[in-house]
Design a protein around this ligand. Sequence first.
Ligand SMILES: [Zn+2]
Length: 180
Amino acid sequence: MPTDPSRSLLPKCIDARKLAQREQSLDGILPPDALERLNSAVESIDGAISAELRFGRDLQGRLTVRGRVTGTVELLCQRCLHPVREQLEAPFYWGIVWSEAQGKSLPRDLDPVIQGGDELDLYQILEDEILLNLPMVAYHQEKCVPKGHFQFGESDTEAGGQRENPFKVLEQLKGSSGKS
Ligand SMILES: [Zn+2]
């Protein structure tokens, strides 16, 4: 999938404090080769990972960033071990702080993001967000196991036909443990 040329690349380094004081916004995409950790965590990144960020202040005057990272990746289906496409959406609400100690004083709905100096590595923290939102396991929505591995429901019976229906087994289990 070609990346949309109208979407600009996000800057790698930002001064989040300054952007928040000016209540600015950023929208754009992350360059795929900057996402090494994500690349090694998934089968492939499908198209662009994009992000939108709204810088500003909360009611108490804290510097905040609200936004989300979105993208599509391919993971291995844990049933058939073929790639399965997963749509990712990672919303976030950051509080920009100077230090870890200051981060601890933030209210719970704000995730501390530490900018100790003049700049913040935006790619790294956005990659953190998307990694946190990766599903632990992925499965195809449709039946994906090759015919003959398992057999569910009323599909064609093999020669001999006496295959155990897994739902029937479940019913038996329920029956034996339930009303006796
Ligand atoms: Zn599958």
